[in-house]
Ligand binder design. Sequence first.
Ligand SMILES: [Zn+2]
Length: 189
Amino acid sequence: MLTDASPRKSSHSAGFLESDRIRTLDLPQDGHLLTISKSLESAMNSGRSADVRHACAEFLAASSRFYNLPDCGIRVLAARPLRVRENWTSELFGDYAPESMLIRVWMRTAVRKEITSFGTFLSTLCHEFCHHLDYQKFEFHDSWHTRGFYERAAMLHHCARGTPPKKLFWLPTSGGRWRIDWPRTNRGG
Ligand SMILES: [Zn+2]
């Protein structure tokens, strides 16, 4: 995980810094998300995309209700598109369109068309929902991948899986960006 660089437009940098600063998120404590994520897991095991879509929609509706946000749409698609850049190719896992409040997630890997692992899929869903939160709850002009953004998404993911949250440690890299220090994060300090 690598953060975005700080925006060049100075009118956006206050929002960027605030996004970076907000490292926690109120989380539903009633176990409802965990129940839904378990039905999502069995839907993924069955491979039936209509069931996966239904569970995703339920997950997003429950989350939007908790944060008092308008509902976002969901589209569950099959094989991931490949994003080709000059020197590397990456698979697209999901995206969020702020104008239409639509989340798209891909269920299968690009080349071998295998079903994505449940952990990756749920983490993508939480990541895209956090973009919805950025626009609708925090009212940022953009939804940057800051350290705060990744930490909020990780907290939601742990809540949805019923696993204890892990403190993330960061290392500075070029251009004012940050990446996760995995050895330290996994050691817990
Ligand atoms: Zn993103």
